[in-house]
Design a protein. Sequence first.
Length: 128
Amino acid sequence: MTEHKEALWSGYAPIKKPDTSILNRLIDAGLSPRAEESMSVVNNDILRRHFLELTTNFVAPFGPYYRTTTPSEGSSPYVDPPPLPTFNAEDFLTSLSERGPGKFLLKRMKSNWLYLYRRFLKGHNFLP
C-alpha cells in the first residue's frame, strides 16, 4: 500500500510571491513552552503589521470613492448624507495605470500590480 499524503488541489494561482523579508523576520519557536508563547506574540505582531500595511496600501486608491463630504455643523441628522461618487471599474483602472502603483506596491510587485486590481474588481469580494 502506498503512503497517504494530504494535499489541497486548487486552480488558484497566487499573484504575489511570499515576502521573504517578512518570513525571515519571524522567530522560530524553541522547545521551551514559555519561549514559544512569547515568540508567538512577536510573530503575531510582525504579521499583523505586515498585513495592515499591505491592506492599507492596496485600498488607498479606492479612497476617493468612499470619502464623503462631511455635512456642515448644525445640519439635521434626518437629511440624507451627500452621495458617494459613482464607481466605474474601467475609469478606475485607467487612472490607476496613469498614476502608477506607488512606492509600496512597486517595491513588492514589479509587473502584475494592475492585474491584481483587475482581478480584485472581478472577484466576489468587491461590490461597487
